[in-house]
Design a protein around this ligand. Structure first.
Ligand code: ADP
Length: 490
C-alpha cells in the first residue's frame, strides 16, 4: 500500500515529544511490513539537519494559494534513518518555520494551516496519489477538510484519511481568517456545528474537530484513552463530536521502536544487557551516578523523564522527589517546562538541591541522557493527570526499570500492579499503579516499590524481568493500522 504520513514532527530530526517517536516508529514498521511510506514535514530551521541523509531539492517553486495570492515553497527531500521525508520550506515574509522553535508562536494555527495546504498542493502537483494519507494531531486537522471540500475535485478523489489524535488538549483554534487564507472561504458553511465550529466558542473554528468530522477513520493512542476522551473531561470539549462519529473512532496503542529503545543494542548506553544477562543494568546504574555526580551507595534510583507541566502531574513529580529522598532512595529528573512559573520553580529546586549527593535535576531536553537514565534507574515514576498513551512507561518496561504510574489512559492499558491487578496473573504483572491525584496515593505506590526493592530484592528483580518480557514494539500496532487502512480503502 502507498501511505503518506503528514505530521509536524518525526524523530529524531524533529522531536518535541512522543508524537515524533510515533510518526517515525509507525512509518518504519509499515515499511517493514511491505508498504511504501513517505512523510511530509515542515522544514524548520531548528530541526536536526545532522539526522538527514542526502538532503536535496525535490521540487522548486511550489505555488501554494494563500489569501487569494500565492506563497512559493521549495520542497526538499532526504532520508531520516531510512525513511523518505519531504520537507516544505515556504519562502515568504511570514517565516513560518524559521523561528528557532517548533511550536509556540502566536500564529501557530496559520503556520500549520499553511503547512497542511502546502502538503496537499505538493501531493497534487507532484502527482503523488497515496491510497492513505495519515494525519496527526491538530496541526494537520485541516487536511481531510481541504481534501474532501477542495482537492477531491482536482483529481484526489480516491485518497482516504486516517487521523490520529495524540493529545486532545491542543486543538487548533482559529477565526474566519483561516478560511480566507486556505481558500475554503464559505464562512456560514464551515461555521456550523456539524463541521468546524468549536463546540464551546461559537466564534471559533476548531482544526481537530475538522479532522474528526472529515476523516475516514479517527483514533487516539490507547483504547482506554479513547473511552476517556468520549466520557471524561480529557476530551477537552470534543466528547460530543466523538460520540456522533463513534462508528469510525477507536484507540490503537502506540508502540516503541525497539531498534532505538532496546538495552541490547542501544548505542547511547555504556553496557548492554538483556533478560538473560542483567549484569549490564547494574553497571549502567554506576555509570549514571558517575555522570550525574551522585554517591555510589546501596539505594534505588527513582527517575522521572518528561515534560514538566500539568498534564504530567508536575506537583506529584515534585512530591515524588522529596518522598524518594526521605525514604532513602535517589532521584533523577530529566525534564523541560514551557510554562515560566514551573520552569522557575524547578530551577529554584535545582539550586536548592545542588550539592545533595542523592538527587540530580537536569532541566532541558537531552535525548542521550534519557537513554542512560532508562538503563540505569531502578524505577520510573509517571504520575500523569492524563496520558493518551505514554511512551516513558513503555520504554521503562523494556529497560527493566519498574514503572510507578497513575492508572489513567495508556498507563492503565500497559502497566499492571504487582499487588492488586485483578486481570493478570502475578507472573504477568509489571509495575505499580495508583489512582488518586493526591500525595498519599503516590506515596503508597512508591512505598510498596521502595519496600520491595529494599526488603525483597530478588522479588524486585523478578518484577523488573517480568516488565522486560512485555512486547510493546510496533509489530502489533503496525498491523492494526494496516487493517484500518484496508478497511477505509475498501
Ligand atoms: P508526551 O506527552 O510528551 O508526548 P510521551 O510519554 O508520549 O509524552 O513521550 C515522551 C517522549 O519524549 C519519550 O521518548 C521521552 O523519553 C522523551 N522525553 C521527554 N522529555 C524529555 C527530555 N527532557 N529529554 C529527553 N527526552 C525526553
Amino acid at each position: 500500500m502507498y501511505i503518506v504520513q503528514i505530521a509536524s514532527e518525526c524523530a529524531p530530526v524533529i522531536k518535541a515529544g512522543g508524537l515524533g517517536d510515533v510518526v517515525y516508529g509507525l512509518s518504519r514498521e509499515l515499511e517493514m511490513q511491505g508498504n511504501c511510506v513517505e512523510l511530509i514535514l515542515p522544514m524548520y530551521d531548528c530541526m536536526r539537519y545532522d539526522q538527514i541523509w542526502g538532503l536535496h531539492e525535490a521540487y522548486r517553486g511550489l505555488m501554494v494559494p494563500w489569501y487569494g495570492g500565492v506563497i512559493y515553497c521549495d520542497v526538499f527531500c532526504g532520508w531520516v534513518h531510512g525513511r523518505l521525508c519531504f520537507f516544505i520550506q515556504p519562502k515568504s515574509g511570514d517565516n513560518f518555520f524559521h523561528r528557532g522553535y517548533y511550536y509556540g508562536g502566536t500564529d501557530d494555527n496559520m503556520r500549520f494551516a499553511f503547512f497542511s495546504k502546502a502538503a496537499l498542493e505538493f501531493l497534487l502537483v507532484s502527482n503523488k496519489r497515496p491510497e492513505i494519507i495519515h494525519c496527526h494531531d491538530w496541526q494537520t486537522g485541516l487536511i481531510p477538510v481541504m481534501l474532501y471540500e477542495m482537492y477531491q475535485y482536482h483529481g484526489m478523489g480516491h485518497q482516504r484519511v486516517c487521523y490520529t489524535i495524540h493529545n486532545f488538549k491542543h486543538q487548533g483554534i482559529a477565526g474566519a481568517d483561516i478560511l480566507w487564507a486556505t481558500g475554503l472561504n464559505r464562512e456560514p458553511y464551515y461555521f456550523h456545528y456539524d463541521r468546524l465550529r468549536d463546540n464551546f466558542n461559537p466564534f471559533a473554528l476548531n482544526f481537530m474537530k475538522g479532522g474528526i468530522v472529515y476523516s475516514n477513520h479517527v483514533n487516539t493512542v490507547s483504547p482506554h484513552h479513547a473511552w476517556e476522551a468520549r466520557y471524561e473531561d480529557v476530551g477537552y470539549g470534543l466528547g460530543h463530536t466523538l460520540e456522533i462519529h463513534q462508528g469510525k473512532f477507536g484507540g490503537i496503542l502506540n508502540g516503541v521502536d525497539y531498534n532505538i529503545w532496546n538495552p541490547q543494542v542501544d548505542h547511547h548506553i555504556p553496557f548492554h544487557y538483556s533478560l538473560d544477562n542483567m549484569a549490564g543494568k547494574a553497571k549502567n546504574k554506576i555509570a549514571l551516578r558517575e555522570r550525574l555526580l551522585l554517591q555510589n551507595v546501596d539505594k534505588p534510583i527513582i527517575a522521572y523523564i518528561g515534560r514538566l507541566d500539568q498534564q504530567k502531574g508536575v506537583h506529584l513529580v515534585h512530591h515524588a522527589m522529596y518522598y524518594a529522598l526521605n525514604r532513602g532512595a535517589q532521584f533523577v529528573l530529566l525534564g523541560s517546562a514551557t510554562e515560566a512559573g514551573i520552569n522557575d520553580w524547578f530551577w529554584h529546586e535545582k539550586q536548592h538541591l545542588n550539592n545533595h549527593p542523592d538527587v540530580h535535576l537536569e532541566l532541558g531536553f537531552n535525548e542521550e541522557l534519557a537513554h542512560l537514565i532508562y538503563a540505569g534507574a531502578d524505577m520510573m515514576v509517571v504520575p500523569s493527570n492524563y496520558e493518551p498513551c505514554g511512551l516513558t512507561q513503555l520504554i521503562s518496561l523494556k529497560y527493566g526499570t519498574v514503572p510507578i504510574v497513575r492508572g489513567v489512559g495508556g498507563l492503565l492499558s500497559t502497566v499492571f500492579d504487582k499487588d492488586h491487578d485483578q486481570n493478570h496473573a502475578p507472573e504477568k504483572r509489571n509495575g505499580f499503579v495508583f489512582y488518586q491525584t493526591d500525595n498519599y496515593a503516590l506515596e503508597s505506590a512508591m512505598e510498596r516499590a521502595i519496600g520491595l526493592y529494599k526488603e525483597y530484592p530478588k522479588e524486585f528483580e523478578q518484577l523488573a524481568q517480568q516488565a522486560m518480557e512485555y512486547d510493546y514494539s510496533w509489530n502489533n500496532p503496525g498491523s492494526t493500522y494496516l487493517s484500518v487502512y484496508e478497511h477505509i480503502r475498501a
